[in-house]
Design a protein around this ligand. Structure first.
Ligand code: PEP
Ligand code: MG
Length: 590
């Protein structure tokens, strides 16, 4: 403690929720209850099983109550996070095994529950897949509640009723704890584990609490009562900050507040350049509940609805009716704004936990996206029929992922026609003018873009994949992350070819990969002729801010320079110079 309290120390992690805060630390999780093993008499076993059942019912009631409060206070999307927790309590395989351990090993319920649940959680946590790792966190969250109920103990600290403002430090903060944070008193939080896509990170962003995750051993190195500064923009915690550091951060906070105010001011204003060029800014969404943030951040529609999350986030495939309801609800909520529904993009890093998919040597080059759908016809048929039915709302567009050549596009289009014919026979309405788009994510698609453009109504460039396939750089591998260069001359030229082919065939081009959400690259994309940008909703205001300070002429000059340049870093430097020059407040503290 004495050492820890001396001198300034900096810890670096992953920034997941923007903002800077400073205050006293509250370090959680040091006093976890110990789970002792007790051997029971045969005659005590039925009561032990009953005790377990009562704790499960109590836990379920608590979770439903948290879910209700979260849904009321934060929205249904946040509330639905607890569906995964409730499912753990209904998992018969897990619960039957706990009962078996109680009965066969004649042990107490908390010991049996802890042992079995921890084994499940450890197996999930060890798999190299963000989604499954999150399920491990959910399982541990539920386990901790069940154990507290079995042991009859209250949560260590009631996060709803903190007495003074503090920054929470914890090994892991579960979604249910995060949801209960008292916003008036929790200045920010930091955890040892976690990723950008974890539910806890999603919660932090929704609550607008600055947060940093992935700080490894932070919770062991800091003490309750120490003073620290948390920088959610850059993923930094500084304990015992010096006056100089506090002064510097004071400046940052003042600038950020002004910037956020400016961004709020333009929410409802159009994305138009200083010389009058109008750009469409749309949102990327993953689930039906995301429509709230589409509206909140001033998006002009949905440019990419990643439908695979409807399939991944459950233990069985959604049927046509369930999908129809999801697509229809998004379309109805956003009407007349357009909603681009992308067909299933499973494979690569996105798999269904409940489907037996053979392991592949190169999953990103394997059985994924449109390739999977063209073979799994029943699954594709249900999805296409659901999208077609939902298109009766009048504002839906359909889009295929990972098209690598003309055959795939014509086969998929033929299926759409077949299912349209079915619906006509069944007298089920759909949009006869439904537009169909192709994602441009492979170099081969760029090369045959003219042919593709003749057979669809729009293009959307998936730069996340286009970069990985063109530069042969795995988008998930941090060892070669330095080679993943959006401003590589090859990428610049591929985007230009795609735009040229599209415009030659009089169709529009959007970019829906992460390049579209980086304000540094906005001018380059605009100058290359991109018509629409589709990004995660909270990132829209910054891109719009930049567009409103840019002239199309400047953007075209930048693109011209980039097309003639041979170096990725020189192109990037030019992009940075222009962005910083026209919108310095966006970049000052990064
Ligand atoms: C892309 O590849 O750029 C894209 C938007 O698709 P996803 O990230 O879902 O693969
Ligand atoms: Mg992709």
């Amino acid at each position: 403690m004495a050492d820890a309290a001396k001198g300034e120390r900096t810890f670096r992690g992953i920034p997941v929720s923007a903002g800077v805060c400073r205050g006293k630390l509250l370090v959680l999780g040091r006093n976890r209850p110990s789970i002792n093993k007790r051997t029971l008499a045969e005659s005590d076993l039925p009561e032990e099983v009953n005790r377990l059942e009562r704790a499960l019912i109590q836990t379920r009631q608590q979770l439903l109550e948290i879910q209700r409060k979260v849904s009321e206070g934060m929205g249904s999307q946040e509330g639905s996070i607890f569906d995964a927790h409730l499912l753990v309590l209904e998992d018969r395989t897990l619960l039957d095994e706990v009962v078996r351990v109680i009965q066969e090993s004649r042990v107490n319920a908390e010991y049996a529950f802890h042992t079995v649940a921890e084994r499940y959680a450890a197996t999930l946590a060890a798999i190299d897949d963000d989604y499954l790792r999150e399920r491990a966190t959910d399982m541990r969250d539920v386990t901790a509640r069940v154990l507290s109920n079995l042991l009859g103990i209250e949560a260590e600290i009631d996060l709803r009723h903190l007495k003074e403002p503090c920054i929470i430090i914890s090994h892991d903060l579960t979604p249910s704890s995060t949801a209960q944070l008292d916003k008036r008193h929790v200045l920010g939080f930091a955890t040892d584990v976690g990723s950008k896509t974890s539910h806890t990170a999603i919660m932090a962003r929704s609550l607008r609490i600055p947060a940093v995750v992935g700080l490894k051993t932070l919770s062991e190195e800091l003490e309750t009562g120490q003073y620290a500064l948390l920088d959610g923009f850059n993923g930094i915690i500084i304990s015992n900050p010096t006056d100089q550091t506090l002064y510097e951060y004071g400046q940052i906070i003042r600038k950020q507040v002004t910037l956020q105010e400016k961004l709020r001011d333009i929410l409802l204003k159009p994305a138009v350049t200083l010389d009058g060029h109008r750009v469409l800014l749309s949102a990327n969404i993953e689930q039906a509940a995301d429509v709230e943030s589409v509206k909140a951040y001033g998006a002009e529609g949905v440019g990419l609805f990643r439908t695979e999350y409807l399939f991944i986030d459950r233990d069985h495939l959604p049927n046509e009716e369930q999908q129809y309801q999801a697509y229809r609800s998004v379309a109805a909520a956003l009407k007349p704004m357009p909603v681009v529904v992308r067909t299933l993009d499973l494979g690569g890093d996105k798999f269904l936990a409940h489907m037996q998919v053979p392991t592949e040597m190169n999953p990103f080059l394997g059985w994924r996206a449109i390739r999977f759908c063209l073979q799994e016809r029943d699954i594709f048929r249900e999805q296409l029929r659901a999208i077609l039915r939902a298109s009766a709302e009048g504002n839906i567009k359909l889009m295929y992922p990972m098209i690598s050549g003309l055959d795939e596009l014509t086969q998929a289009n033929a299926l759409v026609e077949e299912y349209k014919a079915e619906l006509r026979l069944e007298n089920i309405p759909f949009d006869e003018k439904l537009e169909i788009g192709t994602m441009i994510e492979t170099p081969s698609a760029v090369i045959v873009a003219e042919s593709l453009a003749r057979r669809c109504n729009f293009f959307s460039i998936g730069t996340n994949d286009l970069i990985q396939y063109s530069l042969a750089v795995d988008r998930m591998n941090e060892k070669i992350a330095h080679l993943y260069e959006p401003t590589h001359p090859a990428i610049v030229r591929l985007i230009k070819s795609t735009v040229d082919a599209a415009h030659h065939q009089k169709i529009s081009v959007s970019v829906c990969g992460e390049m579209a959400s980086d304000p540094v690259l906005t001018a380059l994309l605009l100058g290359l002729g991109v018509d629409e940008f589709s990004t995660s909703p909270p990132l829209i205001p910054a891109v719009k801010f930049l567009i409103r300070r840019l002239k199309l002429g400047e953007a075209r000059d930048l693109a011209q320079y980039a097309l003639g340049c041979e170096s990725a870093s020189e192109i990037l430097a030019r992009c940075q110079d222009l962005a910083r020059q026209i919108a310095p407040s966006l970049f000052e503290d990064k």
